[in-house]
Design a protein around this ligand. Structure first.
Ligand SMILES: Cc1cc2nc3c(=O)[nH]c(=O)nc-3n(C[C@H](O)[C@H](O)[C@H](O)COP(=O)(O)OP(=O)(O)OC[C@H]3O[C@@H](n4cnc5c(N)ncnc54)[C@H](O)[C@@H]3O)c2cc1C
Length: 460
């Protein structure tokens, strides 16, 4: 039997539910399909649980360092991993249940639980049911990429997903991947009490960032006792006789290996498009499986849109949600919003965090444009000194001629919040001089951004 809908949404990630509710609210008869956990990656295995765990890890860190603030804790500081997981499950589980009850309680919206698969350009099969619509929205997200390291098929390993089930302290967690996800797990588990080794094949951590960002994060991590192994060529994995896992990190010297009790793979993401039945449609993907879209997020088939991580135009909750806003604006509000209007911004939620917007210094240098740069170390920021957290810096780059802000990195206490004053001025299409002349509240990190902009210098 085929049921006809005005719209079908596949996946309940960070854009599908809002879109389904908006379309249903406009009077359309809508179906939404979820095969696993309502709320998708962010809610269940990504942002929310990891930031909840980061908060527990920070509490342990603060407790261990309390004496530096004149606070004495008489007794040992220990971490109850079962309680840490329970707290994470409660925060994450509440969001998951909220998404489910919201969707199931929305008028004109039918929820299907099962795997959605295209049968044709306008038909999707879920279980034994066929759903048909002239408008189909794909919000299937992604999953951890699992590389073909020799030996991997013979051992047990974690990804961000099954790491969520851990309620014990790994003795020595080896993390392959020194980028955003790997680094968040590395620091949190170090603070919980594990020994940590980060194995990265590149010559620095978070290779997409500027060198000064990578170097400072490395320094922060090493100061917390995290081992970092860079330039790890030819990674192999093997289970040792005593049950430990060894990771071969150098193809030139077979003995050059790191041995730990557990392994976490954090080497990137891959879109959930392989099992969507795309071969029954005209929807095109790129060589990595991401759905090709235009600036309105329409795929190569009229009437099929791709939103969220699976379109390769963003990899964050805020970009996925913005995709919902773009599609809704175009479909319901006659507002021609475009994904090309989006300014790149994101955070790395280590402690201290990194707030990023726009181009990196390296990208600006490579572009050859005439630019000015301002940089101030956190050791010269009152808020950071008062909190004894002086790692990092504020760095802003502007165009010397147009005065537009090209990019910024704020690595340091509250950098993930402070960066928003730059983001908003960039969205306003206003020159940096607007912030240069602004008065910000003392003592905050944002307070020093005007000062940084008053002391810009040409690139050396
Ligand atoms: C460890 C980690 C930490 C992260 N931290 C942050 C952060 O701090 N900030 C941030 O902005 N982003 C973060 N992200 C990224 C963020 O989670 C994603 O960008 C966000 O969830 C957007 O995903 P989405 O909307 O594309 O879909 P997803 O959230 O991935 O959801 C897709 C949904 O579709 C379902 N699905 C897939 N295929 C089918 C099918 N065929 N039929 C039915 N259902 C299907 C899936 O089960 C899933 O529920 C993190 C990611 C990870 C892994």
């Amino acid at each position: 039997m085929t049921t006809k809908y005005d719209a079908i949404v596949i996946g309940t990630g960070q854009s599908g539910p809002s879109l389904a509710a908006a379309l249903a609210g406009s009077g359309m008869n809508v179906a939404i399909i979820e095969r696993n956990l309502f709320g998708g990656t962010c809610v269940n295995t990504g942002c929310i649980p990891t930031k909840t765990l980061v908060a527990s890890a920070r509490a342990a860190y603060v407790a261990r360092n309390a004496d530096k603030f004149g606070v004495l804790i008489n007794g040992n500081i220990s971490v109850d991993m079962k309680a840490v997981k329970e707290r994470k499950d409660e925060v994450s589980g509440t969001s998951n249940k909220n998404v489910e009850s919201w969707l199931k309680g929305t008028d004109n919206l039918t929820v299907y639980e099962g795997h959605g698969r295209f049968e044709s350009n306008n038909t999707v099969k879920v279980g034994n049911e066929f759903l048909e619509s002239e408008k189909i929205f794909i919000n299937v997200g992604g999953r951890a990429f699992v590389p073909s390291f020799p030996g991997l098929e013979d051992i047990e390993y974690f990804t961000n997903s099954n790491m969520m089930d851990v309620d014990f302290l790994p003795e020595h967690l080896v993390i392959i991947g020194g980028s955003y996800i790997g680094l968040e797990f590395a620091q949190m588990y170090r603070r919980f009490g594990s020994k940590i080794t980060v194995v990265e094949k590149g010559d620095r951590l978070i290779g997409r960032e500027d060198n000064d960002v990578s170097e400072t994060v490395k320094e922060i991590f090493e100061d917390e006792g995290i081992n970092i192994r860079l330039n790890a060529e030819c990674i192999t994995v093997q289970k040792e006789a005593d049950g430990s896992i060894s990771v071969g990190v150098d193809c030139k010297d077979g003995n050059n290996k790191v041995t730990g009790s557990h392994l976490l793979l954090a080497v990137g993401r891959t879109p959930n498009t392989h099992d969507l039945g795309l071969e029954n449609t005209g929807v095109e993907t790129d060589e990595r499986g991401y759905l090709k879209v235009n600036d309105k997020l329409q795929t190569s088939v009229d009437g099929i849109w791709a939103i969220g991580d699976c379109n390769g135009r963003g990899a964050f909750t805020h970009t996925s949600y913005n995709d919902f806003e773009i599609v809704t604006a175009n479909l319901l509000n006659n507002d021609p919003r475009s994904v090309n209007d989006r300014i790149t911004c994101y955070g790395l939620f280590t402690d201290p965090p990194l707030g990023r917007v726009g181009m990196t210094e390296q990208q600006v240098r490579e572009s050859g444009r005439k630019a000015l740069i301002g940089k101030r170390m956190m050791s010269r920021v009152g808020r950071a000194r008062e909190r004894s957290e002086t790692y990092g810096f504020i760095k802003v780059i502007v165009d010397a001629d147009s005065k537009e802000i090209l990019g910024a990195a704020i690595l340091g206490i509250e950098g993930d919040e402070a960066v928003h004053c730059l983001i908003d001025v960039m969205y306003a299409n206003a020159p940096y001089t607007v912030i240069e002349r602004a008065v910000h509240i003392h003592p905050t990190v944002s307070e020093l951004i005007p000062t940084v902009l008053q002391n810009l210098e040409p690139f050396k």
